[in-house]
Design a protein around this ligand. Structure first.
Ligand SMILES: Cc1cc2nc3c(=O)[nH]c(=O)nc-3n(C[C@H](O)[C@H](O)[C@H](O)COP(=O)(O)OP(=O)(O)OC[C@H]3O[C@@H](n4cnc5c(N)ncnc54)[C@H](O)[C@@H]3O)c2cc1C
Length: 575
């Protein structure tokens, strides 16, 4: 068995990590109001793999022998559980299909190359033998970018990059590191931190995603305001194609025609396999603080976030939850278990009472978190500027207590999805980015779009949002939606999801800020980059991969599952 960490086959992350609601007194009442169900105690600790009905591998002896000759027998795997781990990502529909034994096309084999030479040999074999190769990082895709096409008749091989997991070198003068593509977030940070450096890239999926996956999906981490999106962080790379290895040296900037670096970023395996990357790294900040602020309204909070950016304060992140998400965050607070926590909880109640006396509608208030990094005096200066901006927008400073809590909990939320699924509830996310001037409209329209879908389905549904990832000209809006599902789950999910996606585009946002395209968002590509833009991209894929051997059906020309499920009930988009 290859020495590579995998997520559990039936859900997010690791076995034996669970979301618990019994110690959070406000959580069950919120769920009842939000989606109309009574929470039950969790019963699913794990799912026995014996319950999985796995389609057999279709690999020929000849192809199997060829793979074994390249990566070795230990690293060529036909094991059913590992094939299932590699069949899809971790979108909520991937997990539902897995739990319901609705596997479509499962890879016939999983290989674990240990060097760039082995990746080159695999790529060569794929073309010669007409195999389909699907690069696999951490398997955290949320946009169906890992599934083979359901109708694929050729041998499908998932290429797990997990053995390529080393920080190879650090150029300490330039702040550049050369890192192998298959390294998982925590392993990479540990290697960098040991030498005083950090990448600063922390997506919510950090624990179970890889540098190569981030590159291939145009990822963005929660600290992108300071460290940049992955597209800003990557300076060079090696990418293996049928013709050889494209080597892009690490350069601070270059004017050598259209950017090949940009072309590989977001390519989702369609242009070949990225084996290593040059990335910019930073010295670990001397001091770090996350401060929470409470705003009377969403509009005031959003304005404050924009003004913080406009004032060029250089925060590490500045994010604000809307009223619904604030309510949700407060409902995930644990019941106090010590005298100190009881006093703190009473203090919070007293604070809300003061706010109400001051005329606040506490059901409209919005919590914001701002992270500051740097030398102590620099952090103090930035905090002062931000305090001035937020005060003008009517905010109260809650201090570093809630901020520290947010920092600790940030990677745990995905386990909530698995818990909700057991309760019969879908909890999923959709995100976009839009110019500052459009954000209020996007927010409003997405709420209306989701509500129209819930109404049509006759369901009590929930939607909430936060703004994060600021840029000079705009920011990301991230929406979480939830509703109780039935056996008609495919149609229910498709209706809600397509309404939200269409609202993004219609209101001036992009189809996705950081979850990539995959097969899930592919139907909106023409609307996002124009039909002519799609034609140009299609030409690139056709030329680079005429045999469609490299993760075909992602980004463009995907099996259109969402609209197909809806038939004529879709969002009105021509299909
Ligand atoms: C709960 C949850 C939270 C998430 N939060 C965030 C977030 O905060 N920010 C964010 O950006 N994303 C987030 N995502 C989405 C996902 O984590 C990202 O898309 C991530 O970048 C995928 O990395 P991975 O290593 O898991 O790649 P995989 O899921 O294994 O692969 C994703 C795509 O990249 C291709 N690929 C992977 N490695 C390579 C390689 N070496 N060469 C070529 N192609 C490759 C695959 O073929 C596939 O098309 C989240 C997902 C979930 C489920």
């Amino acid at each position: 068995m290859p020495n590579v960490k995998h997520q559990k086959w039936w859900g997010w992350g690791e076995e034996n990590v669970f979301f618990t609601w019994e110690n959070k007194p406000a959580f069950a009442p919120l769920v009842k109001r939000a989606v109309g169900i009574d929470l039950r105690p969790r019963q699913r600790d794990t799912v026995d793999f014996a319950t999985a009905d796995v389609p057999g591998s279709q690999i020929s002896d000849d192809d199997l022998q060829a793979l074994r000759e390249i990566v070795g027998a230990t690293h060529t795997v036909l094991d059913d559980e590992l094939r299932i781990v590699h069949w899809a990502g971790k979108s909520v529909t991937d997990i539902i299909k897995t739990l319901q034994n609705r596997f479509e096309r499962v890879p016939d084999a999983v290989v674990y190359p240990g060097s760039e030479d082995e990746v080159q040999a695999l790529v060569k074999a794929a073309v010669e033998r007409d195999l389909v190769l699907i690069p696999f990082g951490g398997g955290s895709s949320i946009s169906r970018s890992l599934q083979p096409r359901p109708e694929e008749t050729r041998t499908v091989v998932s290429v797990n990059l997990g053995r390529l997991n080393q920080v190879l070198e650090i150029d300490e003068v330039s702040g550049l590191a050369r890192i192998q593509a298959g390294v998982l977030g925590p392993d990479m940070e540990e290697q960098l931190n040991g030498r005083g450096w950090t990448l600063g890239h922390f997506p919510d999926s950090f624990n179970h995603s890889t540098l190569g996956g981030w590159a291939a999906t145009r990822s963005s981490g929660m600290q992108s305001d300071k460290y940049g999106d992955i597209a800003d962080i990557i300076r060079g790379m090696n990418a293996v194609r049928p013709g050889g290895v494209v080597k892009l040296r690490p350069l601070p900037s270059t004017s050598t025609g259209p950017s090949l670096r940009e072309m590989f970023i977001g390519s989702e395996g369609r242009l070949g396999i990225i084996t290593e990357l040059w990335v910019q790294v930073h010295r670990i900040a001397e001091h770090r603080e996350v401060i929470a602020y409470m705003f009377p309204t969403w509009q005031q909070g959003l304005t404050a976030m924009r003004l913080i950016h406009e004032a060029e304060v250089h925060t590490t992140f500045a994010r604000i939850s809307d009223a619904r998400e604030t309510e949700f965050s407060l409902a995930t607070q644990k019941a106090p278990t010590s005298l100190k926590k009881t006093v703190a909880a009473k203090g919070q109640d007293a604070l809300w009472a003061v706010m109400r006396r001051r005329g606040w509608d506490t059901s409209a208030m919005c919590i914001a978190y701002v992270c500051f990094e740097g030398a102590k005096d620099d952090v103090a200066r930035k905090k002062k500027v931000v305090a001035g901006i937020v005060k003008k927008q009517g905010a109260l400073t809650l201090g570093s207590g809630p901020g520290a809590l947010y920092d600790q909990k940030k990677f745990d939320t995905p386990y909530l999805r698995d818990f909700l699924l057991e309760q019969g509830v879908i909890g999923d996310v959709s995100e976009t980015a839009a110019p500052w001037a459009r954000l209020t409209t996007v927010h409003k329209n997405v709420y209306e779009a989701a509500q129209s879908a819930f109404d049509e389905l006759g369901k009590t549904g929930w939607i909430m949002s936060h703004m994060s990832h600021s840029y000079h000209s705009g920011a990301c809006l991230y929406f979480t939606f939830a509703f109780e599902f039935t056996e008609d789950v495919d149609r229910e999910y498709a209706l809600v999801k397509t309404r939200i996606q269409q609202a993004f585009i219609d209101a001036g946002g992009t189809l996705s800020h950081h979850h990539g395209v995959g097969a899930e968002h592919s139907p909106w590509m023409e609307q996002d980059v124009s039909p002519e833009g799609v034609e140009l991209m299609r030409g690139l894929f056709r030329t680079a991969d005429p045999g469609e051997n490299f993760n075909p059906g992602k980004v463009l020309d995907s099996p259109d599952t969402l609209f197909k499920v809806l038939g004529s009930e879709g969002s009105g988009q021509e299909q």
